[in-house]
Design a protein around this ligand. Structure first.
Ligand SMILES: Cc1cc2nc3c(=O)[nH]c(=O)nc-3n(C[C@H](O)[C@H](O)[C@H](O)COP(=O)(O)OP(=O)(O)OC[C@H]3O[C@@H](n4cnc5c(N)ncnc54)[C@H](O)[C@@H]3O)c2cc1C
Length: 302
């Protein structure tokens, strides 16, 4: 790396860490170190940092809450950016619109909407990630996706240039979007509909209960490992192919929901990845269907 790490350390202090272990930033609790881990204090610092490193061609990953990401054991030979607390926060913009920082947790956004009588954001109470991650992934559940309530986003590219993009100019699809990899989402404007707090509360509780009944909680996982196929749900394909009891080391499949893969103790990211490949291979053999990954795998394989 031709970067002058001393200069960066001096300029960005505690916000930049070299060889930071990433396992604590992922729900799987797995992953090796990042060459550079940067947690910007605020937008000004982020822009300044991006300008300083722009000629170094660093492989760059953005991490939200890490609830959809498996980080490999060898870590990331490059840069990982995780937005800090200054990138969270929620503000009411008129009756039914809110502005949200990208690092804000979906659950808090749902609570804020409820407390302000804004409906249609109840589903966010079931998703454990951040708003930035939800937008990138077009996250959703029970018939609602974030793209349904998104008006616009503010992003910054890796050269440090900021722009606003209307939701109508983003192509959203099932668990994804065409947002370029080098865009860092800074904030978003969401729009719901006015309702009563009681009705919103009831809808939110129903969804949370449905989720509790069908999916495991308090486990080290990335949520749904594979996307649902348009013919059949991924968990059905896994079960019907006889893979639901597969394991590799401590990488196991949840008994409650067989599309949830778990680090049940001392698994390595390699074990989880091997388990993913094993299931994918078997489902292909048994059904002819290629299961497509929903979780993101980042980092270096060798
Ligand atoms: C128990 C459990 C239940 C889950 N249930 C659901 C569910 O019901 N529905 C659902 O859709 N998902 C679900 N998920 C998956 C996950 O919570 C969502 O995909 C979530 O939106 C990811 O957000 P995150 O902040 O954790 O993203 P991360 O895992 O940190 O990142 C995911 C992707 O988003 C990108 N990203 C994150 N922040 C930014 C940013 N600021 N700018 C640009 N890109 C960014 C990352 O680069 C990466 O590509 C579940 C996961 C778990 C662990």
């Amino acid at each position: 790396m031709s970067l002058n790490t001393d200069v960066l350390q001096k300029k960005f202090g505690k916000n930049i860490i070299f060889k930071e272990n990433l396992s604590k930033y992922s729900w799987f609790n797995l992953g090796g170190p990042a060459d550079i881990f940067f947690r910007p204090e605020d937008k000004t610092q982020l822009i300044s940092f991006l300008k300083d490193i722009k000629d170094n061609n660093l492989k760059t990953y953005i991490l939200g809450a890490g609830s959809n990401t498996l980080i490999r054991d060898l870590g990331v030979k490059g840069l990982v950016i995780k937005l800090g607390s200054k990138f969270s926060g929620i503000k009411l913009l008129g009756e039914d619109k809110i502005e949200v920082g990208a690092a804000e947790l979906d659950k808090k956004v749902s609570e804020f909407a409820k407390n302000n009588n804004i409906s249609n954001l109840e589903f966010l109470s079931c998703i454990p990630g951040s708003i930035g991650g939800a937008i990138k992934m077009n996250s959703g559940c029970y018939g609602s996706n974030i793209s349904d309530v998104l008006l616009s986003i503010n992003v910054i590219d890796h050269k440090g240039e900021e722009k606003q993009i209307k939701s109508s100019n983003i192509q959203f699809y099932y668990r994804g979007s065409d947002l370029p990899e080098n865009y860092i989402i800074l904030s978003a404007i969401l729009k719901g509909t006015i309702s009563s707090k009681d009705l919103i509360s009831k809808k939110q509780e129903d969804l949370i209960q449905r989720k509790k009944n069908s999916q495991p909680s308090q486990i080290k996982t990335g949520g749904s490992t594979f996307k649902n196929n348009n013919k059949k749900k991924a968990w059905m394909l896994i079960k019907e192919s006889g893979c639901d009891k597969f394991s590799v080391g401590d990488a196991k499949i949840s008994e409650k929901h067989c599309n949830f893969f778990i680090n049940s103790g001392k698994a390595k990211a390699t074990d989880v990845e091997k388990l993913i490949n094993k299931v994918q291979k078997e489902v292909k053999i048994k059904t002819g269907i290629n299961l497509e990954l929903e979780i993101k795998i980042i980092g270096d394989a060798k």
